[in-house]
Design a protein around this ligand. Sequence first.
Ligand SMILES: Nc1ncnc2c1ncn2[C@@H]1O[C@H](COP(=O)(O)OP(=O)(O)OP(=O)(O)O)[C@@H](O)[C@H]1O
Ligand SMILES: Cc1ncc(CO)c(N)n1
Length: 332
Amino acid sequence: MLRGPPRDRGDARRRPGAHGRRDARRRQRRPRRAPRRADSQAALGEGFLDVRRDGRPVNRVHPQPPIALTIAGSDSGGGAGIQADLHTFAAHGVHGTSVLTAITAQNTRGVTAAEPVAAGLVRAQLDAVLGDFPVAAVKTGMLGGAELLELVAEYGQADRLPNLVVDPVMVTTTGDPLYAGDPAAYLGGLGPLATVMTPNLIEARQLLGREIESVEEMREAARALATYGPRAVLVKGGHLDRDGAAAVDVLWCDGQMLDLSAPRVATRNDHGTGCTLASAIAARLALGHPLPQAVAGAKVYVTEAMKAAAAWRLGTGRGPLHHHHGRKSAAL
Ligand SMILES: Nc1ncnc2c1ncn2[C@@H]1O[C@H](COP(=O)(O)OP(=O)(O)OP(=O)(O)O)[C@@H](O)[C@H]1O
Ligand SMILES: Cc1ncc(CO)c(N)n1
């Protein structure tokens, strides 16, 4: 290596003793070597964060991020779908991979057009991602209809979709339909493969074919949906009691019921809350959080992302969340 003459750093740095003290400090602060790990463990992709036994994260930096996969549709407005999922993964320090299932022309006011991606191309994306990356968690969003749902289920049945978070996307916040198939196909196809399913109130009603009007009925719905095989069901209450003080979701997990309540944020910017919540759960599972803590932590993340974007006017309708709240811009 070529070396030039030592650079003149100014007189202040040449004071006697200054270098000696700095060198001593440098010696003390030797770069820490990454802990040795078995190759198989490294291949699983450790996260930026470890977790304590009680599920709280330990702030220890790992050499590389874990990997999550989102199988979802594109939202041209950037607030929901693939775009929200990748923001959320990045905000969690998780590397995001994506399989695009549909393209929607969408903004904060609604969906004006939507087309599914051909099944062969969805399969090719799945093979490309799963054949190369050690994916640690997967989230499904818009699947559009029975054909792609069955295709995704095929990969789940082959044990290729670990820590599977199924958001049974059927309609947008603005009421536009995003799923053309039979809702029951969700339960039969992906129910038994899901680590957790996250229907909103409207989706839970369609899946079960009954009204759900209260938190108690949400709890009954979660129990009923769990009989189709997922380890956990989170029924989201964003659409219940919109003028109330709290946004209450219910989680049925490993035979236990948990109410997850957060202060309701007064904002019109609630576009993509469900996508963000499901991908935050997947990101946390990829980081190694236990399931109930992953869900509870994801709920806190969504609430904070809503609060941080509450005053935004990014479009004229229901705008997106601030996925990177609490972080400085890379441009600063
Ligand atoms: N105004 C609000 N304040 C706080 N939390 C909210 C609010 N609205 C929704 N949430 C929370 O956001 C999460 C997503 O719930 P929601 O029922 O809105 O999902 P969704 O309808 O699938 O979302 P979307 O279709 O917009 O992606 C839940 O945890 C819910 O409690
Ligand atoms: C592409 C897409 N997926 C999911 C939703 C649900 O919020 C949406 N609005 N758009």
